[in-house]
Design a protein around this ligand. Structure first.
Ligand code: ATP
Ligand code: MG
Length: 386
């Protein structure tokens, strides 16, 4: 290990005898020693080198001792100062407080051991302060590193949420194609009929039907495009809870085989949340999709019930199913990323983790209750905003 640098002691006094005595006192100590007979000389040393302890006469003929002390503290606040003075006055005491003077040495110098002890104590105090300064710097560095890591995690999470959604869209796309094709065939058939139709009243009726079919296609396309948009691009809005849950239901119906599933919805009008529609839709798509998958896997079908309600303090939505339920010892892991019981290629285990992240972001809470072989109830609950 490198030897620690020697501490630098600067002694300033205009009386040659005192300088001599002090040199003798500190000669055997392991310090680098500088002696100055004038304030100007001392100021130059302070400017050119780092001083650990300044031991200075208070009354110098050229530069005031207090000036020196101020200069030393300006150079490094951790430089300790011991003032040599003829007599203690109120003014010296006040200066001591103002400039954080470590101690005083009274003239005449009767007890040289006492001076040596004071310098050692000053250095010990300085060591503690230096260690503190080092620890604070270390802490600041660690904080900065943590901030950076947190920022990176945040952006990774956003990417993850987005890619999970896009992967889900692959599955949705098959369902969407199927869904769009029936009104599209309707439009084509009607357009062909119009081409050969002479009766204006009939043509007008066909045209109205075409508009209706086109509306259906537009709604399907709009649902999908709002789902795939990154959340950050959307503003916080007043989200109509019934609407967003029903939209989620429709999206799931299109993307998963729901033949044996009976949906029940108890969604009162007039419940709102201040959130991003897109993220809320993601929450309910995941919960409903899980419920559908659970009942399908369990008995090839079952009941999925969605309900919403509100009281003075909270708004909540439940998604319940009569699937296999979840064993107690698994409940804790449900929201961990990548926890899945589904075969590879079927589930990523990110669904509930994303749900949890979105819900907590809006100061909400997600809970699950389950009885084995009877089903599971997921509840998301948000505080009512005033
Ligand atoms: N309603 C439910 N009934 C029974 N088990 C459930 C239910 N919802 C979730 N789980 C269990 O929790 C696990 C994690 O769910 P999560 O939605 O996070 O991932 P996943 O559904 O497996 O995959 P992904 O959502 O990425 O397709 C599921 O694999 C399943 O074991
Ligand atoms: Mg899932």
């Amino acid at each position: 290990m490198a030897e620690a640098a020697r501490k630098h002691l600067l002694i300033v006094d205009d009386e040659p005898v005192i300088l001599q005595i002090l040199r003798a006192v500190f000669e055997d100590e392991p310090y680098e020693l500088s002696l100055a007979a004038t304030g100007r000389e001392a100021a130059a040393i302070l400017r050119d080198s780092h001083v650990d302890v300044l031991l200075s006469d208070k009354n110098l003929p050229d530069v005031n001792g207090i000036e020196l002390l101020r200069l030393a503290k300006e150079r490094d606040a951790l430089t300790e100062v011991i003032i040599i003075t003829g007599y203690p006055t109120l003014e010296t005491a006040l200066t001591a407080i103002e400039y954080d003077v470590f101690d005083y040495v009274l003239k005449p110098l009767n007890n040289v051991f006492d001076i040596r002890r004071k310098v050692r104590q000053a250095l010990a105090k300085q060591d503690i302060a230096l260690e503190n300064r080092r620890l604070i710097r270390e802490l600041q560095d660690k904080n900065a590193a943590l901030e950076a890591a947190l920022e990176e995690t945040r952006s990774l999470q956003a990417e993850l949420i987005q890619s999970e959604k896009l992967a889900g869209i692959g599955t949705l796309a098959a369902g969407i194609a199927h869904e769009v094709s029936s009104p599209l065939f309707g439009v084509m058939g009607l357009a062909e009929a119009i081409a050969d139709e002479g009766d204006l009243a009939l043509v007008q009726g066909y045209a109205r039907d075409i508009v209706e079919y086109c509306r259906q296609i537009r709604d399907i396309v709009m649902e999908l495009s709002s789902y795939s948009r990154p959340a950050a691009q959307e503003y916080l809005t007043t989200v109509d809870l019934a609407r967003v849950v029903l939209d989620a239901l429709k999206l799931v119906e299109r993307s998963a085989p729901c033949g044996g599933v009976r949906f029940e919805a108890d969604l009162p009008q007039g419940l709102y949340l201040n959130a991003r529609t897109n993220e809320m839709q993601q929450v309910f798509v995941n919960l409903i999709k899980n419920a559908v998958e659970a009942v399908n896997e369990h008995r090839g079908g079952g009941v999925v019930r969605v309900a919403a309600a509100q009281n003075d303090s909270h708004t909540w939505v439940t998604v319940a199913d009569d699937g296999p339920g979840i064993p107690d010892d698994r409940l804790r892991m449900l929201f961990d990323p990548f926890y899945t019981t589904k075969p590879p290629g079927k589930g990523t285990g990110l669904g509930l983790n994303i749900v949890w992240r979105i819900v907590t972001k809006y100061r909400g809470v997600i809970t699950v209750q389950s009885r084995l072989n009877e089903g599971a109830v997921f509840e998301v609950r948000f505080p009512v905003e005033r």
